[in-house]
Design a protein around this ligand. Structure first.
Ligand code: ADP
Length: 643
């Protein structure tokens, strides 16, 4: 049999990350141990989960543990687990590349950091590059791993300098052993081969890891009487104690959520959050409670302070881990919370849950459904009770995902509508709730007005808002793609309909202006005919005050922003024809009307029609189909005007 062996290059991004990690995390070097222990603990979790359906995977080796071995002379430390391990292919997939799901988000973040050679630990924490933190302290890392159920093992080795080798090898037991050859000792760095240094770090960062983290330590033990050398009087002559090497468990493994709240410090809550979330930013807040009765469970939930980079990736991990009587059942438990709360991290421990429950039947499990209902209620209470400032910093990060609930969970729409916030034409860049909006509506104002688009500044100056501004009506500025979907479901708030400033009739005009409709009807027909490929209707506008033209939609039409989003996501849309609205009070319209009355066949009418359309497109920040035609027309007109 030929043994596979290859030398590979790190992905460019990994090389960058490695460099950044080594440079930026030097003063935080302790974290490497937490990261590697955390990976080991995840690997055991995974195996336990798999072994529920394939018990043979465990074999004799069913005492899970993570073993740390240190060697002060060789300056190495070793972290070994008997978890799920990795196959040859898995090593290549997982180590040396950036995790697939985060790649896009990661690259974006890297782009934003270009030129900076300092990453904050928090940022790295969000990338999920835990393994690479080994290179902060080591100049060579060797990983030997054997997947549960396999006979051959794989060795991965790198000096973190651009290449790594992978080869098949042998390993007596299942699991992963990582050996770090530590960099030469430096004064300002802890000695990671020192027993008490390691004890301290493990106690601080990994105390609640639910498997024993063990290390061989020297102990003094009494020498049994029959092994001692005694004198004539039966008194010992030599030593009565001796040094032995014993394996000691260094972490308490206490499930923090099962403890009495009063005994838990803020630091412990924080450390536990880091452990389960892999996010190094402290959480914004947490919720710890126990429910008794027919649905019995304990929950410790956290709201992160920063959104992860992959928040919107469909395959991003959800953050709730499910336990039963402190026995881990599964992570990434999507069934416990709806998508709009998928940013919540934490643990749910339900003692009555069937240990062998599979992801498939979880969805129908009554207990799980009840817990979910209850968790949702609690989270709504938590968010509602937050102080405005804290809530706004939460909302800035997670508002977009919360809004998904407006259209995916109509049963909670009212509660969600109370939680959403928008910037408005009057809010001076502050967040406004729908409640506040309604409370300060103008006399006679019957609807809640909103406008969607990607650029807040352009929205503020949109011609669609001219009449609304003249009436001093406030308008919600919705600049998040999710808003387009949310607003289609959220039809009203507190009995007030939500109305798009760019769609349908705003009914703002004074009644007698409607006679303009008849006066201009023939001219509008001519313009419509000229623009028949672009617009479906030409009519008097109820929105404009200063501008002469704008594009609008029928109440049920897709908005301009929605069209833009769909196109950006590569959807093949048929051209959406909109309504060209003209301001009949604008002097230009009177002039064009004059030209028309003089000669309905005047060739200039076609030119003016295109010009009006182009002005409307520009007014909403759109792109002209034929910019050179527009430029030529303006040029010609300037010549006439300046003559
Ligand atoms: P993360 O843990 O955030 O996914 P890492 O770079 O730490 O990122 O690890 C990458 C992947 O390598 C993990 O997702 C896991 O699949 C695998 N891995 C790392 N350490 C181990 C281990 N001790 N046992 C099994 N698999 C591991």
């Amino acid at each position: 049999m030929t043994v596979r062996k290859e030398t590979r290059q790190f992905q460019t991004e990994v090389r960058q990350v490695l460099k950044l990690i080594i440079n930026s995390l030097y003063s935080n070097s302790d974290i490497f141990l937490r990261e590697l222990i955390s990976n080991a603990s995840d690997a055991i979790d995974k195996l336990r989960f798999k072994a529920q359906t394939e018990p043979d995977l465990l074999g004799e080796d069913n005492e899970f543990k993570i073993k740390i071995t240190r060697d002060g002379i060789k300056r190495t430390i070793e972290i070994a687990d008997n978890g799920i391990g990795m196959t040859y292919d898995e090593v290549n997939e997982n180590i040396g590349t950036i995790a697939r799901s985060g790649t896009a988000a990661f690259l974006e973040a890297m782009e934003a950091l270009k030129g900076k050679d300092n990453l904050t630990p928090e940022l790295i924490g969000q990338f999920g590059v835990g393994f690479y933190s080994a290179f902060i302290v080591a100049d060579k890392v060797t990983l030997v791993t054997r997947a549960a159920g396999e006979t051959t093992a794989t060795r991965w080795e790198s000096a973190g300098d651009g290449t790594y080798t992978v080869e098949e090898t042998d390993k007596p037991g299942r699991g992963t052993t990582i050996t770090l050859e530590l960099r030469p000792a430096e004064k300002d760095q802890p000695d990671y081969t020192d027993e008490w240094t390691l004890r301290g770090i493990i106690k601080k960062h990994s105390d609640f890891v639910s498997y024993p983290i063990v290390m061989d330590v020297e102990k003094q033990e009494p020498i049994p009487k029959d092994e001692q050398i005694l004198d004539g009087d039966g008194k010992p002559v030599g030593e009565t104690t001796r040094t032995v090497i014993k394996e000691e468990t260094l972490n308490s493994m206490k499930a923090i959520w099962a403890r009495d709240k009063k005994t838990i410090t803020e630091d412990e809550y924080k450390e536990f959050y880091t452990h389960i979330s892999h996010d190094w930013n402290p959480p914004q807040t947490h919720l710890h409670f126990k429910l008794e009765g027919t649905t019995e469970y304990t929950a410790l939930l956290y709201i992160p302070s920063k959104a992860p980079l992959d928040l919107f990736q469909p395959d991003a991990k959800h953050g709730v881990h499910l336990y039963s009587r402190r026995v881990f059942i599964m992570d990434d438990c999507r069934e416990l919370l709806p998508e709009y709360f998928s940013f919540v991290k934490g643990v749910v421990d339900a003692p009555d849950l069937n240990l062998n429950i599979s992801r498939e039947i979880l969805q129908q499990d009554r207990l799980v459904l009840n817990i979910r209902k209850n968790l949702v209620k609690k989270l709504f209470e938590l968010l509602k009770g937050m102080e405005p400032e804290a809530y706004h910093s939460f909302y800035k990060e997670f508002g977009p995902i919360l809004k998904i609930g407006l259209y995916t969970d109509t049963t909670q729409q009212t509660k969600l509508a109370d939680l959403v916030r928008y910037k408005t034409t009057k809010s001076d860049d502050q967040w406004v709730s729908l409640r506040e909006y309604v409370d300060r509506m103008q006399e006679g104002q019957e609807a809640i007005y909103y406008l969607t688009g990607d650029n807040p500044a352009a929205l503020l100056n949109s011609p669609h808002l001219e009449q609304l501004k003249a009436k001093d009506y406030e308008v919600l500025l919705m600049t998040d793609p999710v808003d387009e979907w949310a607003i289609q479901s959220l039809k009203e708030y507190d009995g007030k309909p939500l109305k798009s400033a760019e769609k349908g009739d705003l009914d703002l005009a004074e009644k007698d202006e409607k006679k303009d409709d008849d006066r201009f009807a023939d001219l509008f027909a001519v313009i419509r005919k000229t623009l028949q490929d672009d617009v479906k209707e030409v009519k008097r506008s109820s929105r404009l005050l200063d501008s002469v033209a704008c594009l609008a939609g029928d109440a049920m039409d897709m908005s301009g922003y929605m069209e833009k989003i769909m196109k950006a996501t590569g959807q093949d849309l048929p051209k959406v024809k909109r309504v060209l609205e003209l301001n009949t009070s604008h002097p230009v319209m009177e002039k064009i009307h004059g030209v028309y009355k003089e000669n309905p066949e005047d060739p200039r009418l076609a030119e003016y029609s295109h010009l009006l359309y182009d002005l409307a497109v520009i007014g909403e920040g759109g792109k002209l189909d034929n910019p050179s035609r527009f430029g030529k027309m303006i040029g010609d007109m300037l010549v006439t005007a300046l003559n």
